[in-house]
Design a binder for this molecule. Structure first.
Ligand code: SF4
Ligand code: SF4
Length: 96
């Protein structure tokens, strides 16, 4: 019988997660899931997502970069991303 939890962890690593955190706001971006559709760049209300000059997404097109200094943790990008490539964890909100 396979260990399902172990399998899930292995899958997540395969999607090349990159987590950054600042002042209780954590953003995890999965390079291996992003298809570079640009939806998050268009829909971010504070325009803090842009194309990366150096990193690539799943399709070999440009990856995205999130400017944590401007991010308000609204989770719009997480909700609208068709590939579940962004995860927002705002511990400031959880403490309220
Ligand atoms: S959480 Fe909101 S503000 Fe932050 S990058 Fe995503 S859409 Fe933009
Ligand atoms: S919406 Fe998702 S798949 Fe599209 S560019 Fe943003 S992170 Fe990548």
């Amino acid at each position: 019988m396979p260990d399902i939890k172990q399998d899930n962890r292995t899958d997540l690593a395969r999607f090349r997660p990159e987590a950054v955190e600042k002042s209780g706001l954590q953003v995890t971006y999965f390079h291996g899931l992003c298809k570079s559709c640009g939806e998050c760049i268009v829909k971010c209300p504070v325009k803090c997502i842009s194309w990366s000059d150096t990193e690539l997404g799943q399709t070999g097109e440009k990856a995205i970069v999130i400017d944590l200094d401007k991010c308000i943790g609204c989770e719009t990008c997480e909700v609208i991303c068709p590939d579940h490539a962004i995860e927002i964890n705002d511990t400031r909100r959880q403490k309220k």
